[in-house]
Design a protein around this ligand. Sequence first.
Ligand SMILES: Nc1ncnc2c1ncn2[C@@H]1O[C@H](COP(=O)(O)OP(=O)(O)O)[C@@H](O)[C@H]1O
Ligand SMILES: [Mg+2]
Length: 353
Amino acid sequence: MTHHLARDIRVLSETRGLERVAAGYAADAPSPPGWIKPGPAEVWIALSDQTWLRFVIAGEEIGGLWTLRLVLAAGLMLIGIAALGVWSARKVTAPLARFSLAAQRLGANVDAPPMSEEGPSEIRQAAKAFNGMQNRIRRLIEDRTLMLAAISHDLRTALTRLGFRTEFIADAEQRRKAAADLEEMQAMLQSTLMFARDDAATEPVTPVDLAMLLQSLCDDLQDAGQAVSYDGPPHLTYRGRPVSLRRAFANLIDNALKYGQEAAVTVAEKNNAIEITVGDRGPGIPESMRSRVFAPFFRLESSRSRETGGVGLGLTVARTVVRRHGGDITLDDRPGGGLLVRIVLPASPAVNP
Ligand SMILES: Nc1ncnc2c1ncn2[C@@H]1O[C@H](COP(=O)(O)OP(=O)(O)O)[C@@H](O)[C@H]1O
Ligand SMILES: [Mg+2]
């Protein structure tokens, strides 16, 4: 009350002079239980010209104060509830982030460690179900690998026997063709087995000089009389799996040479990533096929592939390896004709275990 009146009193007293100020409740009002009283309060001010200045603060005014307190309290409560809401929503959605991370890890590697089964019961159940699913997928893959290994072992034994039998083919031309067919079958079995074993998952991560690795690949092919060029720094340290990476790059360069007669390899560091491109001057890959060529055993028109061999695992293996390193492969038209394969590896890789 003082606070509210002080200014007015000061203004008034400046011109007329202040004699006496009295404040209190009207005589007929019941005595106040606390310092807030619902009844009207009065302030009397004696002025030097013998007049009284009287302020009456009506009950409504005090009620107004009550409303203010109510609004304040409600506001505080609202803020409290909002804070609680945000907190609990966070608590509920935080495990979702863990789920998406676990799903990502599973996508890259089925042997990734299981999710921790903690938190509210629904989350625990979901995590349990997720881990169960991961186990089933892993068993499925193990079974598949064992089956493939068993089949190819038996097939190889049979192929060896067949190899001996071809010796008895009288016609020399037929004998030569049969031997070539057998050799092709053996090579296909070999690459299928290698794909099924998936060595990339178990190879340890070590520092590797990517530039050196690519250069040596290019040099070897150049020595063999192939049109391969390398354009990049002499050294580039990276943490990854050297054997798998070498196989991935070899597959891409091999494709460029097989389908595009030349391989132009470039390496460059670009904003926290390493970009490697392999370009050729072949027919390229039509846009509609660019995602399908990565599928296992998928090959474009057989007429083109017949004389070039291969079982359609090269790009599959390359992409698996690159994705294990947290990167990706994209296919593009090369300016001036041909295919441009672009590999982007994050420089500080989140290598999946
Ligand atoms: N550089 C390229 N130019 C044109 N076509 C390509 C190129 N690389 C791959 N392809 C196509 O993609 C298919 C899949 O490639 P890949 O997985 O390496 O299998 P493979 O080489 O054993 O056939 C190939 O059969 C080929 O038709
Ligand atoms: Mg290939």
